[in-house]
Each structure stands twice: as structure tokens, then as C-alpha cells.
Write a protein that binds this ligand. Sequence first.
Ligand code: SF4
Ligand code: FES
Length: 260
Amino acid sequence: MTSITIDGKTYRAEKGASVLAVARAHRISIPTLCYHPALKPSGSCKLCAVETVAKHGRRTTMLSCIMKVRGRLEVKTSGDLVDKARRRAFKRLFQMAPQSIQIRRLAEDFGVDTGTPPDGCIRCHLCIRVCKEIVGAGALKMVTRKGVKLVTPIDGRCVGCGTCANLCPTNAIVVTDSEDVRTITVRDDVIGRHPLVRCEGCGKRFATPRYIDLIEDKRRMDHPDVKLHHHYCPTCAKLFSDRVQAIKSKPQKLRLPGHR
Ligand code: SF4
Ligand code: FES
């Protein structure tokens, strides 16, 4: 047996045990991602750095999963050097796994600022432009929060058409139709939540009342088909339209009951 001093407190420890194992045995928190007690340490994640004194007397950081307990070893699990090493390690990990919630949580637990999580949006403004210029709802805007630009819903403006999601090149906007409700979201922000109405042809739920109202708006009814098809889902609207075209191009004889 030997002893080790961690954060000013001395503990008895097996000679050759890792500093990390001794710290864990005494419930001292050190972040790790690549450590597993059943495997040899690899020193990959570099999160487990602790401060110690190098041979030449200079203070430095070393990986506690690899460093073995030896006589009169002193380490610190916090402080400027450790913070710097952890920030560097988290930064490197985020470059490899930017969407990882586990890494983000771990970083927050150890007081490392991770900034705004990536949201998959490339800030092309397509969603904002189509909603304003074509749909005419103006339900989205770009807002800067903590120095980061974010596509943000404007309350009460969404009509539930889903055009923004259809155009988004990275699928950052999501439309979810469940039972009779359509929800459109970007990150955790709800852009709109709407009931869905049934198609008059097949009975399938397909559009939101606000979207149908928008289509019925006279300003947008410059195409005759809009009048005919706005209560039909795209499949039924196409069927209906094909039939109308067929009747128009090939007039059929009207057969009255009792006539041959
Ligand atoms: S949410 Fe999609 S469409 Fe909108 S700005 Fe981001 S990437 Fe472009
Ligand atoms: S636990 Fe990953 S380097 Fe030590």
C-alpha cells in the first residue's frame, strides 16, 4: 500500500492503481468518456486530466486514467490548468461529435461552457423567404440570441402548410402529423400546431383549416383549379383534375334513365 494526496486530502491506495480509480473509490468526480474499469486505459478522450508536479518541478496536467499511484503523489482535480485541459479536450470532442447530448451534459456538469448546440440549420433563409414571399404567412424570422442566429417562429402566424420544411435543405424543420394534429418545429421551438381536416374525396386528414382558409382567400384564387380542389388531398385533387380534363377533351353522351 501507499498513499496519494488528492485536492489536499491524503488517501491510502494500492501501489500501481490508477489515480482515476482511487479518486472514484473516494467519490471524487473526474470526467471521463473513454475509461472502462474492465479495459486497459487508452488516454483517448483526455477529459480525465488532473494537475500534478512534473519531474522538473513544473506544474502540469496528466491523464488520471493512465497515471499510476506512487509514493507521495499529489494531484488536484480542479484549478486553472485542469480547466484549460478540460476545455481543450471538450472542444476536440465536440469537433468529432457536435450533436452529442452526452458530451454536452458532461461538459455542463463540469462547468465547461459549450455554447449554443448545433441545430442543423445552415442559415440559408429559404424557410423565412418562402413563408413570406409565397405562402404569405410570415411566420418565421431570424433572431440573434447570445451571438447566434436562429430561425425563430413568430407567434400565431403559422398556417400549418409545411412549405418551410419541404424547402429546408437540411431537414432542420420537422413536420409531424399525428392523428388529427400537425406540429411544425425547429429545434425545440414549435412553429405551429394545428388540427388537420379530412379530404372530401378519400376522408384522409391532409391539411389545416388555416391553410385552407388561406387558399380560399380571394387574393390567391387566381387559378380556377384552386376553387375546385382545395378541399381534396393531392391524390384526390389529381384524380379529380384528370377526370375533368378527360371529360373536357372527350365529351360523353348523357345517358338518361330509360334511354338507350
Ligand atoms: S431552417 Fe432550413 S430552410 Fe430555414 S434557414 Fe435553416 S437550413 Fe435554411
Ligand atoms: S478517461 Fe479518457 S483519457 Fe482518461
